[in-house]
Structures are given as structure tokens and as C-alpha cells.
Design a protein around this ligand. Structure first.
Ligand SMILES: Nc1ncnc2c1ncn2[C@@H]1O[C@H](COP(=O)(O)OP(=O)(O)O)[C@@H](O)[C@H]1O
Ligand SMILES: [Mg+2]
Length: 264
């Protein structure tokens, strides 16, 4: 069997006591999971269950207190800059807040060109065509290239963020509630885009979300997070249709049915 693309073992994230908080917060308590190449694993749980802490640790934006994160067989927790910077191209984030992820003074063109420039992969002859190609991939009309974030809708902004992530040609996207802040009318379109990109580019996805009903449409497997621990995991259909844990049943009963989604 080939090794998984992402392998997380016994991950621990703890926030120290600080200020008025007199005891540390154990946000992620020894969780383990894997994501295979081309696979979507959904990490689901209510607010405060440790989803974003897990994402930050996987992305090495916050060094985990314990455990191991292997990407493509490489242990990330002990890697130093600048190697980490190079490895990071392989796993790219998309966050919840579409406007917050973009610089307010950068046009769409500059936002999408930036990762190429930073990675010294910018060439004035081919760069603009690559930007156009990335905008096509996320179904953004090329007419938006001169616009600033405040001249875009939330859905368009999120697509710019996705194009930026794709500029690095990653093998894994870490999506932390990527549609939660979007208007319900554009959510399905962005969700379908993730599924489409996965099929066309063979991307793996760690799809973080609090909506278990949505997960059934986007994920191959699901892990349910509750107070920093994985309480149930398995194939998406199995977990959504026949949950074995009370907490999973609660999550399922508290969410509306999503419409206009492409079924897996
Ligand atoms: N920077 C931080 N400092 C202290 N505690 C934090 C911090 N970020 C998150 N937490 C706490 O860690 C727990 C998990 O939070 P988080 O990972 O953001 O959950 P989720 O993304 O599932 O809502 C919560 O109790 C939260 O209050
Ligand atoms: Mg969160």
C-alpha cells in the first residue's frame, strides 16, 4: 500500500494560560488521521471543537505541542525554514473569510500573480497567461483582473483565494470552513468547484466544516471532532447515514439540507 499524502499522528495543540485565562486550553487532544492523494477527508465538529487548531497545526502556522504531521513522507514538525517554505507549496490553505484572506489594495491580477512572483516562477512573457489560466480554473471572468477585493462579491473573493492557492500547484488543499462566510446562494457553486478541481487536478482535500449534511456531498471520508478528540470516523455515507455516536447524530439533526449540490 502506498503511504498517505498527509499522515497526522497523535496531534496535540494546547494554548497556554494567558491573561485572564488561568488554565491552558487543550484544543486538540491526540488526534490521528490520514488523507490519501486525490481524497477528501472532512473534519466536522461544532464551533470550538478544535477544527481550526488542527488546520493551523497541519499547515505549520502553529507548531503543535505534540504528535507528528507527515506530508509526502516528510515530517513537518521538525523541518526548519527555508525547507518548510518549499514544502508548503504542496499544501495550501483556503480560509473562511474571503475578504480577510486578500490584501485590500491588491488587484485580482496582483493577488493571483503574487505566489508566482514570491516563488520566483514569474516570467513577464508567460506570467499573465498563467494568471488567466488560474482564473479560468476557478471560473472567474477575466474582466475582474483589475478589480480590488471590495469590488468583488464574497464568492468571487473566495475564488480569487482558491486561484492563489492553486498557483503553487499544491497536492493538498486545507479548507477551513471555506463556504461558511458566503451567501447561501453562492455556496453550492464554490462547493461544486472544489469537487471539480479535485477531479480535474487530482487534489487531496482536508475539508473542515461544521455542517455534516454538506459533507456527505463533498467528502469520501469523515472524521467527527468533539472537544479536541475524534469520536467517529469512516466513509462519508456511512457516517452520515448510520452514525454510531450520539454527538454525530446531534450534528446531523441540527443542520439544514443543502440543495443544488453535485452528489459524489
Ligand atoms: N489563539 C487561541 N488562544 C487560546 N485559545 C484558543 C485559541 N484559538 C482557539 N482556542 C480555543 O481552542 C478551542 C478550539 O478552537 P478552534 O480550533 O478555533 O475550534 P473550531 O475551529 O472547531 O471552532 C476552543 O476552546 C478555543 O476557544
Ligand atoms: Mg474554526
Amino acid at each position: 500500500m502506498t503511504a498517505p499524502l498527509l499522515e497526522v499522528r497523535d496531534l496535540v495543540v494546547r494554548y497556554p494560560a494567558r491573561g485572564r485565562r488561568t488554565s491552558p486550553v487543550l484544543a486538540v487532544d491526540r488526534i490521528s488521521f490520514t488523507v490519501a492523494a486525490g481524497e477528501t477527508l472532512a473534519l466536522v465538529g461544532e464551533s470550538g471543537s478544535g477544527k481550526s487548531s488542527t488546520a493551523a497545526a497541519v499547515l505549520m502556522l502553529r507548531k503543535p505541542e505534540g504528535g507528528s504531521v507527515r506530508f509526502g513522507g516528510r515530517e513537518l514538525t521538525t523541518v526548519e525554514e527555508p525547507e518548510l517554505r518549499t514544502l508548503r507549496r504542496g499544501f495550501q490553505p483556503v480560509f473562511q473569510d474571503p475578504y480577510g484572506s486578500l490584501s485590500p489594495r491588491k488587484t485580482v491580477f496582483d493577488a493571483v500573480a503574487e505566489p508566482l512572483r514570491v516563488q520566483c516562477r514569474w516570467d513577464s512573457a508567460t506570467g499573465p497567461a498563467r494568471v488567466a489560466e488560474l482564473l479560468d480554473l476557478v471560473h472567474l471572468d477575466r474582466s475582474v483582473v483589475r478589480r480590488l477585493p471590495h469590488e468583488l462579491s464574497g464568492g468571487q473573493c473566495q475564488r480569487v483565494g482558491i486561484a492563489r492557492a492553486l498557483a503553487s500547484e499544491p497536492r493538498l488543499l486545507v479548507l477551513d470552513e471555506p463556504v461558511s462566510a458566503l451567501d447561501p446562494s453562492v455556496r453550492a457553486g464554490v462547493i461544486n468547484l472544489f469537487t471539480e478541481l479535485q477531479d480535474s487536478l487530482g487534489l487531496a482535500q482536508l475539508f473542515i466544516c461544521h455542517d455534516l449534511a454538506l459533507v456527505r456531498h463533498v467528502a469520501h471520508r469523515v472524521a467527527v471532532l468533539h472537544r479536541g478528540r475524534i469520536v467517529e470516523s469512516g466513509p462519508a455515507r456511512q457516517v452520515c447515514d448510520a452514525p454510531t455516536h450520539d454527538y454525530t447524530r446531534e450534528l446531523l439533526s441540527s443542520v439544514p439540507d443543502p440543495d443544488r449540490l453535485t452528489a459524489r
